[in-house]
Design a protein around this ligand. Structure first.
Ligand code: PEP
Ligand code: MG
Length: 578
């Protein structure tokens, strides 16, 4: 039986199914005699402490297997468990309502989980999964049960579960587990991220999985396509074993080419850099030979520190974690781009009617200059090594950029006065993601050190398509001639002023777009590390001269479909098609 889900960790595993059942003992409400309140509160405290010990033990076991970044997920769990608000909420209920610790704890953590789920924000919904993990563990201690089978029997196990929590997944590294599939889950979940980090093939969001799954039968999990095959035939097993081997061989070959630069047939070097969201991705980016980081989204630092704002020291420490390992390659760090429904943070105004067009990114930073200056000082200090560049998102007017430069000058003066070192010539660039900025790029060109085109938002604002709305996803077309015209306008203005242009939106990762982007004049591409080798390989097969001809023709096309046909013909027949 073949089911489909979301592939979240690449590779193919063929193994024996082991169903992970969460056998929860129901929590019932018991009214206690007055004299038991103290003992019950102590029982709650002991259970929380036991869970803290569990989490710390898991962290120790995972040390060396998971990077520091992922290990910090366990630290975050300990912080949640030590939160006095959680304990006080439950202890208050034990005291006031004289209920048992299980019931009080369940209702205290349940209200926090519900609060997180109600935010409608994928980040906070994920934190709800983390809380669920802690809820289960603490209840196990209180009830004296063990809901999850933790001693794995057999070899080559492929786990099939409704969901798996991050701490469960983090413990897989020393278990005979070769893959997993879950009925629920998303690509951005911690569970998925840990699976990628451990290089365990995984598929999540497999509808109907738990109804169809049978334990101890063969199963195939294809983390490349999202297929999960229960009870495969002998032929399927042979075929997928071959595919798994072919994938491993392909990865070996690709990695062997990681150091080969991306130079076109006619000798033009293209920089292929990495988009890094979590500092943990630094190692995979280096492994695939990224030419530095083209976009680090600092929102993740802010979300990590929430509900507090990061201090200058935290900014510095975080940026150093990226800039140091990449030295001497350049690392482009983008200032805060919160808002616009991308991520939720308590500092945002939740009452905005249309946040995508509201106080987002640099607009938000300029409204909170002290917060912004803390980030700018952190960035300047991280630039002392001279491989950091600063990128400002969502710039719409020249005045806005002047205001940013003014604040940056103030921060430089503050650091100078204290004798703190920084790069006096730190490059400052802007994201081009608002159509007006693309169309007036010549006004920005003398002011900036570089342009970085954010096609994700540029397309959203140019074609009036909500980037998060599935119903209009079919209209989200990077080949639309209007998108190409905006990119061409930026490249033309930049070239006149001698400034470089990068693309850091998702289109940079699409090898089908590479010829068009190079032809329009883009000199560097920044993308998720997993796409770097494919895009580098594509660049090496292209001649810049031909790409320029292709782009010229594409700009005259009346529609995205026309451009797509042109690109496909070019990729098939080369120059003969243009
Ligand atoms: C973009 O808009 O293309 C971009 C790279 O930024 P983000 O996806 O973070 O908005
Ligand atoms: Mg953007």
């Amino acid at each position: 039986m073949r089911l489909k889900g979301i592939p979240v960790s690449p590779g193919i595993s063929v193994g024996n199914a082991q169903i992970v059942l969460v056998k929860e003992t129901p929590v019932i409400r018991i009214i206690l005699p007055e004299e038991s309140v103290e003992a019950e509160t102590a029982r709650l405290r002991a259970a929380l402490e036991a869970t803290i010990r569990d989490v710390e033990a898991l962290k120790e076991q995972a040390r060396g297997k998971l990077s520091e970044d992922f290990l910090s997920i366990f630290d975050a769990h300990v912080i949640i468990l030590k939160d006095p608000a959680l304990f006080n909420h439950a202890a208050g209920q034990i005291k006031n309502e004289r209920v048992n610790a299980e019931f009080a704890f369940q209702s205290a953590i349940h209200s926090t989980i519900m609060g997180l789920l109600a935010t409608d924000d994928p980040y906070f919904q994920e934190r709800a999964t983390d809380m669920e993990d802690l809820r289960r563990r603490t209840l196990e201690h209180l009830l004296g049960t063990d809901s999850l089978e933790r001693t794995w029997k057999g070899e080559n196990l492929v786990l099939l579960a409704d969901t798996l929590t991050p701490s469960e997944t983090g413990a897989f590294h020393n278990a005979p587990i070769v893959g997993f599939a879950t009925e629920h889950g998303a690509r951005t979940s911690h569970t998925a991220i840990i699976a990628r980090s451990l290089e365990i093939p995984a598929v999540v969001g497999v509808k109907g999985l738990m109804e169809a799954a049978v334990s101890e039968r063969p199963v195939i999990v294809d983390g490349l396509t999202g297929s999960v095959i229960l009870n495969p035939t002998k032929e399927e097993i042979t075929e997928y074993r071959q595919r798994a081997e072919a994938y491993k061989e392909q990865r070996r070959q690709i990695l062997a080419h990681a150091r080969v630069e991306a130079r076109t047939i006619d000798g033009h070097r293209i920089l292929v850099a990495a988009n890094v969201d979590l500092t943990d991705e630094v190692q995979s980016a280096i492994q695939v030979g990224a030419n530095g980081v083209g976009l680090y989204r600092s929102e993740f630092l802010f979300l990590d520190c929430a509900p507090d704002l990061p201090t200058e020291e935290q900014h510095l420490a975080y940026y150093n974690r990226i800039a140091e390992p990449f030295y001497p390659h350049r690392v482009v760090i983008r200032t805060l781009d919160l808002g616009g429904e991308k991520y939720f943070h308590n500092v945002l105004d939740r009452s905005e009617r249309n946040p995508v067009l509201g106080v987002r990114a640099v607009r938000f930073c300029l409204k909170h200059p002290e917060m912004f200056k803390t980030q700018l000082r952190g960035l300047l200090r991280a630039s002392a090594r001279k491989n950091v560049a600063i990128l400002i998102p969502l710039i719409t007017t020249v005045e806005e950029f002047h205001e940013v430069l003014g604040l940056l000058d103030t921060c430089k003066a503050e650091l100078r006065a204290k004798g703190i070192p920084f790069d006096e010539g730190v490059p400052v660039g802007i994201m081009v993601e608002v159509p007006s900025t693309a169309l007036t790029a010549e006004a920005f060109a003398p002011l900036v050190d570089f342009f970085s085109i954010g096609t994700n938002d540029l397309i959203q604002y140019l074609l009036a398509i909500d980037r998060n709305n599935d119903s209009v996803a079919h209209l989200y077309d990077p080949m639309h001639p209007a998108v190409l015209k905006c990119i061409a306008a930026v490249c033309e203005a930049a070239q006149k002023a001698g400034k470089p242009v990068a693309v850091c939106g998702e289109v940079a990762a699409d090898p089908r777009m590479t010829a068009l982007l190079l032809g329009l004049g883009v000199g560097s591409l920044s993308m998720t590390p997993s796409s770097i080798l494919d895009v580098k390989a594509r660049v090496r097969n292209l001649a810049l001269k031909s790409c320029q001809k292709l782009a010229k023709k594409a700009l005259l096309s009346p529609s995205g479909k026309g451009v797509a046909a042109l690109v496909d013909a070019f990729l098939e027949k080369g120059d003969r098609a243009i």
